[in-house]
Design a protein around this ligand. Structure first.
Ligand code: AMP
Length: 503
């Protein structure tokens, strides 16, 4: 029997009593214990009548049992469909119905709200709570510690991850065993993970970053994980002296820098800090190096493609860039009208091809055809440019592009200028409806602690450095930018808030 993803990530650890997960209470879960838990869950789920290819939707808190459910799905050939914990019951209805999930696993607190939906759709409903209790665990507890691994091939689906979709309906990205395995192999190699590594894992496991990048790499390399349910400064600070690596979103790093306990001494056992899922401010990169001597390694990826690009492990990690295409991944930057590559330094649409790229959107052939070219290149929706040394700069999402009076405005260009102004911590530039220009740019600015940026002065300065059509028509101060759990600025919320500014 062969199941390449299971064999590579989990099977290799069979019989090992070495620690896999270290929990906040210092409890250790060995590889062997974890595999036994996964096997019991795989048996329990199979007894519910699920067969290879069926989808298992899970909206559950991060816990060892939740991670073991992912392993159980891989072992039983089921398609794992993790869901953001923030989704409401109404939102869940869409995901369960759209995916045709055969099983929905949720927290006990949501069970009664979901039971009508589950019976209407013929979906089995089980619970799994943050403390590792629940009906699914009760069922698993009576099962054997071994499971007959289901036969799977590299082209079979391993996971269905819905995109965060800030516009329109969320789409289910179909990820094959090969997509996940090839990317984990490349990253282990590129970032030099080994059995000696101890990874601080404080990311959610419903998202590609925490579930695939962090977990799959640690499993494949045989590293151990300090498993922290969610970002918690105290827990991270106490974990750092025992750890060698950490993966985080940019807010992890800004929050660490805001804490005086975070010193070079505390980070001295670490060999690598990785950042991704949202842009890391060049300023954060710089401050981090000044404080700790470490240069954060920024990488770039997305749900549909796994990881695409990374700054180099050896060599210059260039702040404000995402480095180069990973081995085996092709990246090109094209003119969105013609599809032809644009010259170095010019902004265009970032397209990517490789074993890491998903096989399409679940039951959405038209959306798939619109974004995944026949030649295998996926149009990511990100705008980017190559600098003269080949480093990739992400300039923003194409749907954030502002077209004012027929001219293109790339928000990032303006944000970089705003961020450099005295008293400005960070900024977001958005397009809002305008009676003359159709759309115009405005800048939302967050002040540095205790500072009051002089907006009129900043506006005057911008007029001399920028073409007039690019100058924001208005600057607004906000206490903080709206962000989702992955640290991404939610420009859709800002656009909604300021849509009537000029109309
Ligand atoms: P998700 O599918 O939730 O992982 O979101 C993927 C999107 O996050 C990408 O298409 C980018 O727009 C953004 N993203 C991820 N990593 C970075 C990065 N290092 N810098 C800038 N944007 C990023």
């Amino acid at each position: 029997m062969s199941n390449p993803l299971f064999d590579a990530l989990f099977g290799i650890h069979a019989g090992k009593s070495t620690p896999f997960l270290r929990l906040a209470n210092n409890q250790l879960i060995s590889h062997q214990e974890f595999l036994a838990l996964a096997a019991r869950l795989a048996n329990a789920v199979s007894q519910l009548g699920l067969a290879p290819g069926d989808r298992v939707a899970a909206q559950i808190e991060k816990s060892p049992e939740a991670l073991a459910l992912y392993a159980a799905c891989v072992q039983a050939g089921l398609v794992f469909l993790p869901l953001n914990n923030a989704y409401t019951v109404d939102e869940l209805a869409y995901f369960v119905e759209d995916s045709g999930a055969a099983l929905l696993v949720c927290d006990s607190a949501k069970q009664s709200g979901l039971s009508t939906l589950a019976s209407k759709l013929g979906t089995a409903l089980e619970t799994l709570n943050a403390d590792g209790t629940g009906t699914l665990i009760d069922k698993a507890n009576t099962q054997a510690d071994e499971f007959n691994t289901a036969e799977r091939s590299l082209n079979d689906l391993a996971a269905l991850l819905y995109t965060s979709g800030t516009t329109g309906r969320s789409k289910g990205a179909m990820l094959t065993q090969d997509n996940l395995l090839s990317n984990a192999e490349v990253l282990v190699d590129d970032w030099r993970f080994t059995t000696n590594d101890v990874l601080i894992h404080a990311l959610p496991i419903f998202h590609t970053h925490g579930l695939f990048v962090a977990t799959n790499i640690a499993l494949l390399a045989g590293s151990s994980i300090i498993f922290i349910p969610k970002f918690n400064l105290d827990q991270i600070i106490s974990a750092l002296p025992d750890a060698t690596t950490m993966m985080g979103v940019p807010t992890f790093y800004t929050r660490l820098l805001n804490d005086e306990r975070f010193t070079a001494e505390l980070a001295s056992h670490m060999r690598l800090f990785v950042s991704g899922s949202a842009p890391l401010l060049a300023e954060t990169h710089k401050q981090f190096e000044e404080r700790t001597g470490h240069r954060i390694l920024e990488r770039y990826g997305m749900t549909e493609t796994n990881m695409n690009a990374s700054n180099p492990y050896d060599g210059e990690r260039r702040a404000g860039t995402v480095g180069f295409a990973l081995p085996g991944v092709e990246i090109k930057i094209t003119d969105s009208e013609t599809g032809d590559p644009v010259p170095t330094g010019e902004t265009g649409a970032l397209e990517v091809r490789g074993r890491n790229v998903f096989s399409g959107y679940w039951q959405m052939p038209e959306k798939t055809a619109a974004e995944l070219r026949e030649n295998g290149f996926f149009i990511t929706g990100d705008l980017a440019k190559f600098d003269e040394d080949g480093y990739i700069h992400i300039v923003g999402r194409d749907k954030d592009l502002i077209i004012s009076g027929g001219f293109n405005i790339y928000p990032k260009e303006i944000e970089l200028i705003l961020d450099e102004q005295a008293g400005v911590l960070e900024s977001a530039v958005i397009g809002v409806p305008h009676p003359d220009f159709g759309e115009t740019a405005i800048g939302v600015v967050v002040a540095e602690l205790g500072q009051t940026p002089e907006l009129d002065h900043i506006m005057e300065g911008m007029k001399t450095s920028l073409a007039s059509f690019k100058c924001p028509q208005k600057l607004i101060i906000m206490d903080e930018l709206p962000r989702n759990t992955m640290g991404k600025v939610q420009k859709n919320i800002l656009r909604e808030q300021y849509k009537s500014l000029f109309t």
